[in-house]
Design a protein around this ligand. Structure first.
Ligand SMILES: [Zn+2]
Length: 73
């Protein structure tokens, strides 16, 4: 691992997924709308720290409910 990489890993703002358009950490950084954050805030659930953090059962249930009730197909 070179110095550049270890610096990046020490940065709290870098998500383990590597970042990108659908990365929740990146989107928050850019003040972009994050769908799951919106849902969790509305339902007073904790937000995930990054893309690799596991959803809690409550969060999963909420997401499942949302997608069942709002089918985009
Ligand atoms: Zn991410």
């Amino acid at each position: 691992m070179n110095e550049e990489n270890s610096k990046m890993l020490n940065n709290d703002n870098v998500c383990p997924c590597g970042g990108g358009q659908s990365c929740i950490v990146d989107r928050r950084e850019l003040n972009d709308w994050v769908h799951e954050d919106n849902l969790f805030l509305e339902n007073k659930l904790p937000l995930r720290k990054n893309c690799f953090q596991q959803y809690t059962n409550k969060q999963l249930k909420l997401l499942n409910n949302f997608y069942t009730n709002n089918s985009f197909c």
